[in-house]
Ligand binder design. Structure first.
Ligand code: CP
Ligand code: NVA
Length: 317
């Protein structure tokens, strides 16, 4: 525990916004701590690491995994979670983000926030004076990226050099893989139709970042090209929370379904990844989701461990 915290000096007080602001070594430190916590779940000192602290959990959008895993993570480190629905708070009646951020910062030691628009998170973090943890925006889902990196490491025992193919909507999960993959020296290929491609400015940033880590980032339209020889194949829902153009989007993403045929293009031991919730029969077939290559429940579990690790580093003594 002492050794753990010794090496986390640079992470104390840090927010997790997109992970673009984290160095590869900082990300690896959180992943190492997460793996250690998972292997040593009952270490007594950890249970009191954040004793006396409080962490607010503020959600503008629905959640099962993020809400429960953050609440359990906070409690299991000895801190008190304060769970707030957006509409139950004065935000629902129009209180400005900047006022809410400053008020909550006077009460709690950290704030976990899920919001519809990334700009809301940026505004919130600009005004908060305690660490802010991004629990998903329409741009990026950094804790899912960390959990998925831990899952890949558990199954493959290394990360640098792995090829990860993301197939489908160029959404917050596509962005998450692009960022974490570039940071960790992975080869990320995103296959999306042009109308739903990931943000080119983020891709350009990641291409440059990957030059420093030996990784690469590529965007293509053909899912078969993306998946060829991949170590992992990931996808996500065609229509994310809060999106409106549902039918047009479902139609143009139809050919991007991950099915058994597409999986045969990847390596025989390739993992299938999905952050969940999944829509069986749309972005993935039941056969793949429930098949032997699927690691989706490891991903879900690992949310807990990476979040405990990040909270410990950021809010611990
Ligand atoms: N993967 C994920 O973030 O799930 P929830 O929306 O249930 O939190
Ligand atoms: N892209 C999905 C991820 C859900 C965890 C969404 O934003 O709804």
């Amino acid at each position: 525990m002492e050794r753990l915290m010794e090496s986390s000096a640079g992470l104390h007080g840090r927010s997790v916004l997109t992970l673009q602001e984290w160095t590869p070594n900082e990300i690896k430190q959180v992943l190492t701590t997460a793996a250690w916590l998972k292997a040593n779940p009952k270490v007594a000192q950890i249970r009191y690491a954040l004793a006396g602290q409080s962490v607010a959990l503020l959600f503008e959008l629905p959640s099962t995994r993020t809400r429960v895993s953050f609440q359990v993570a906070v409690e299991s480190l000895g801190a008190a979670p304060v769970v707030l629905g957006w509409e139950d708070s004065q935000l629902g009646r129009g209180e400005p983000i900047k006022d809410t951020a400053r008020v909550l910062s006077r009460y709690v030691d950290g704030i976990v926030i899920r919001c519809r628009r990334h700009e809301t998170l940026q505004e919130f973090s600009r005004w908060a004076s305690v660490p802010v943890f991004n629990a998903l925006t329409d741009r990026i889902h950094p804790f899912q990226a960390l959990a998925d990196a831990l899952t890949l490491w558990e199954h493959k025992r290394h990360l640098a050099g792995l090829k990860l193919a993301y197939v489908g909507d160029g959404n917050n999960m596509a962005h998450s893989y692009v960022v974490v993959g570039a940071k960790l020296g992975m080869h990320v290929v995103v296959a999306s139709p042009a109308a739903y491609a990931p943000d080119p400015t983020l891709v350009q940033w990641a291409e440059k970042e990957a030059l420093l880590t030996g990784g690469s980032v590529q965007v293509v339209e053909d899912p078969r090209e993306a998946v060829a020889g991949a170590d992992a194949v990931a996808t996500d829902v065609f229509v994310s929370m809060g999106q409106v153009d549902q039918e047009a989007k479902r139609l143009s993403l139809g050919p991007y379904q991950v099915n058994a045929d597409l999986m045969t293009r990847a390596k025989p031991d390739a993992l299938f990844l999905h952050c969940l919730p999944a829509h069986r029969g749309e972005e993935v077939t039941e056969e793949v989701l429930e098949g032997p290559q699927s690691a989706v429940f490891d991903q879900a579990e690992n949310r807990l461990w990476v979040q405990k690790a990040a909270l410990l580093h950021s809010l611990g003594e």
